[in-house]
Design a protein around this ligand. Sequence first.
Ligand code: SF4
Ligand code: SF4
Length: 438
Amino acid sequence: MGSYLPGIFTPHRKGTKDVSVARIENVQTVTIPMSMHIGKPAKPVVKVGDLVKVGTKIGEADGKISSDIYASVSGKVVRLADFLLSNGATTTAVVIEADGEMTKEDVSAPVINSREDFIAAVKQSGVVGLGGAGFPTHVKLDVPAEKIDYLLINGAECEPYITSDSVTMLTRRDDILYAINALNRYLGVKNIIIGLEKSNKKVIAAMQELAASVSGFSVTVKVLPDKYPQGGEKVLVYHATGRKIPAGKLPIDIGCVVLNSTSVAAIGSYLRTGMPLVKKCITVEGGAVKQPQNVIAPVGTPLKELFELCGGFKEEPVKIIYGGPMMGITVPNADVPVIKNTNAILALTKKEAKQPKSTACIRCGACVNTCPFGLAPVNIAEAYEKEDVDALNNLSVNACMECGCCSFVCPGNRPLVQINKLSKNLIREKAAKEGNKS
Ligand code: SF4
Ligand code: SF4
């Protein structure tokens, strides 16, 4: 499809995809933040001393764009603590001391007779974009049926190392199929496309088999290029449907809804059982980890417990990341918890984490030619240096998805994606100052 949305080839390093999945069945304490999604944090609905079970609601969605939150272990609420989010903001976290029993709430599959019931059920499931984005799924689905031409299931795990979505697609086909049928029945979705990268052969075969078992509407598997960032919404929508999302618009503006494959499995699981989202499959990887593998863990489990289950460290990591090496976020230590949209955690060695020295720009244009959104990182960097907020706006830095392709290809090792993040902050700060004046 030409040079539109070019992207890059990154090393795959999907060593965990054929390793058996481990489980953390029990954990002493979980810390569950009320903000594990885009939008307003949930309001805690428990207090210190309350007894909870697996699946007890502990946080109530606050407003339209928010999400319900549930206890992932049975035990006692021991603290409502301040919790520092990766964007620097603070939220409340419910800390639960587990009783070791993992007693479940007495739940049952929701009764669904209408579109409204279905949207309400997806809200109650607590499902958000589990590929990392964290956007509440019920909000994404709450659009008129006639606006949805395609529902895309995003199975493109384009970041190096991460295999948790692939493992979920292989092991939870029943949940995915259940959700797909419900999406057709209650939302009237007629065309479902499952997007997978070419090299993910086992998952392609499994999803093709699943697609063939559906009747009365269309489910197809779209085999996508093995390029990064294939899982980015704009890139996926284009390669799967040929439709282009204009700048500043959303997939729904061109008739598409995109759901992460693990989110779809979590919806199916809730519809079948009534048990909301309380655990996650996470790829535990990086050069410092002794036995990298996927681990299913209760939401709120400290990362250190996952690393321990994977045999601990070969050498002390110098950096721990939520997510993949391209778009992941560095965390302060391994005491931070698994959150709903954690799909991977990486522990990097000194050698892996070493930042190459950056040199002057040679104006080669590689960053411009690589950006999937047609941005000009080299010009953004110049505007940032001059603190020229108008120029940053004109260069549409806010459209940057922070995929890191520009930094990856820059021969001068310039920290372009970091500069873009700082540029966005600069724009926000200026807007806040102007807001204060008026
Ligand atoms: S990080 Fe932003 S500017 Fe750089 S390639 Fe990705 S989208 Fe483009
Ligand atoms: S890729 Fe690096 S060296 Fe080349 S133009 Fe962009 S910033 Fe400059």
